[in-house]
Design a protein around this ligand. Structure first.
Ligand code: C2O
Length: 539
């Protein structure tokens, strides 16, 4: 008891000292002095950045050159009513009218007002194309494909929502979410297609307007019936949210620390797809980068961006709850990573990742919906025993192992390979008795993407039946869905796919080796090279 008291006291004093030394209303101070590896922007370092390989954009706010005064984030009054975010397909006309009004006002504000829609959209351009350097470093700051993906976007739409509310004097205003993970939400919600509303946007793929069912693992258009597409989507969600996301890193993305060496480039399941896939699906096929949604510099110009990210944000909560918050990141470098946003009162606010972990403290929550994907555990497309036998005989007879499309992982590791055709890699499974809670992971490492087009390949395990290639089947391990750009520098990408449950279902968890097939699904994959494939355990 006494011990606890003492520790709390010390903590409090240390906390105070830290608060003072940083200065509550001071100018931007050097965060690096504290010796942490947390990431944050140098707000005076803004510079033009590449929206596409062939397009330099300048999204910098006016007046960034001199340090601006800021305040530290404060939670909204816990007494104020909770803002409930509801599914966009289920909101009523009154709500739509209210949001429409708020957004119209926001769109009418002049660009020098940081609350204006153009400035809101530019926030995404700034932090997602590397327009800022980090504090105390000339390393670019970029939040995609790392563990900052979820918290940064949460902050962005939090302030966006608060500003919209204040523009119509309604503290209870909450953004809608586009519930693309459930059957009722798998089309673009109607409110976004009404061309006399402020939600309407022309830069979209017209062939994907309602009643077209969204493809959560989108590459190119298919002729699937809505029922089939929905089935595949649900199985896909199961993989991305449940079996493929049983460890923190697999869901949240890789550990991103400050400085040149600190960038990690390893996205989590949901960021890869549906997130990237739907950005691409929405954007107009007539534009070089499928703008607006198809590229980061332009994505937030489309009002549907905010509903898309509200759903991403909701799924973060769903995942946290499923694991009873046990998988939450505790690393202080993540908790202390920080950004600046303007609030509804035009104050520049410094907000840390640690401030936004709890949505109730932020004053909002999500209306729950039934989630059928939770129980959509896929079945093998082929009897597992038979499949493994066939793969072994094939190998013995050296039928395909001699061809260019089948290699062993050691062979691949020394040369790497362009992904211009499907590639099956025999990977050693290093079977040992798993320690409790360990997750087996397929790592496709050293992925390098040249060119500027949307890139996608899927990963399958012990694939036999070429006619049953679909996320609907258990052989599907995950996907690499990539929007090039993001200003993060040259680091190669690692794709990590959790497969413990999958290997059990394919009865392959104790085999010496498994066959991993990388299946390119976009022509742009000819610009992709992979360094190799290996198995790993994550604790
Ligand atoms: Cu920063 Cu949906 O992307």
């Amino acid at each position: 008891m006494r011990h606890c008291l003492c520790r709390d006291l010390t903590k409090m004093i240390l906390g105070k000292l830290e608060g003072w030394s940083l200065g509550k209303h001071g100018v931007i101070t050097e965060e690096g002095k504290r010796g942490t590896k947390s990431v944050g922007p140098n707000m005076t370092s803004c510079h033009p950045s590449y929206g596409r390989k062939d397009l330099l954009v300048d999204c910098c706010p006016p007046g960034f050159q001199s340090p601006l005064p800021f305040v530290d984030f404060q939670f909204p009054d816990p007494q104020s009513p909770l803002r409930i975010r509801r599914p966009a397909h289920a909101v009523d006309v009154d709500y739509i009218a209210k949001y429409d009004k708020a957004l119209s006002i926001m769109k009418s504000l002049p660009h020098h007002d940081p609350r204006s829609f153009s400035r809101q959209a530019n926030l995404h351009c700034l932090f997602c194309t590397g327009a800022y350097d980090q504090q105390n470093s000339n390393a670019p700051l970029s939040i995609h494909r790392t563990w900052l993906f979820f918290p940064w976007h949460r902050m962005m739409i939090y302030f966006h929502e608060r500003i919209l509310g204040s523009l119509i004097g309604d503290e209870t205003f909450a953004l809608p979410y586009w519930a693309w993970d459930i059957p009722q939400g798998m089309v673009i919600p109607d409110m976004y297609t009404n061309n006399s509303s402020s939600f309407y946007h022309t830069m979209r793929d017209v062939s994907h307007l309602p009643p077209q069912t969204a493809d959560l693992n989108y590459v190119s258009d298919t002729n699937l019936s809505p029922e089939d597409q929905i089935d595949i989507n649900l199985a896909f969600m199961y993989n991305q949210m449940v079996s493929g996301a049983r460890k923190t890193e697999l869901f949240m993305g890789c550990t991103y620390k400050a400085g040149k060496e600190g960038y990690c480039n390893g996205p989590g399941t949901i960021e890869l797809a549906p997130h990237n896939a739907l950005h691409t699906w929405i954007g107009s096929s007539l534009n070089p980068g499928r703008e607006d949604m198809g590229k980061f510099y332009s994505a937030a110009k489309d009002p549907i961006f905010y509903a898309h990210h509200a759903n991403i944000d909701r799924l973060w909560e769903v995942w946290r709850e499923a694991h009873k918050q046990q998988l939450d990141i505790k690393d202080p470098d993540w908790l202390d990573s920080f950004f600046y946003f303007y609030d509804e009162n035009l104050r520049l606010v410094r907000v840390k990742v640690g401030d936004v972990v709890d949505t109730i403290k932020l004053g909002y929550s999500y209306e729950q919906v039934h989630r059928p994907w939770l129980n959509m555990r896929p079945k093998p497309s082929y009897p597992p025993k038979l499949a493994r036998q066939m793969l072994k005989t094939k190998e013995k007879n050296k039928l395909e192992m001699l061809s260019r499309t089948h290699v062993s992982s050691s062979e691949l590791d020394t040369h790497g390979r362009a992904l211009d055709a499907s590639l099956t890699v025999k990977v050693r499974n290093h079977w040992r008795k798993k320690e409790k809670e360990e997750e087996k992971v397929i790592v496709v490492h050293g992925i390098e993407v040249k060119g500027d087009a949307y890139v996608k390949f899927d990963v399958y395990v012990n694939l036999i039946d070429q006619f049953k290639i679909s996320p609907k089947f258990r052989e599907f391990a995950g996907t690499f869905a990539h929007i090039p750009g993001g200003g993060a520098g040259k680091k190669k990408i690692d794709l990590k796919l959790g497969v413990s449950e999958l290997l059990e279902d394919l009865e392959a968890d104790q085999d010496d080796s498994i066959w991993v097939t990388l299946l390119p699904t976009t022509p742009s994959c000819s610009n992709v090279t992979v360094g190799g494939v290996r198995m790993e355990y994550i604790k």
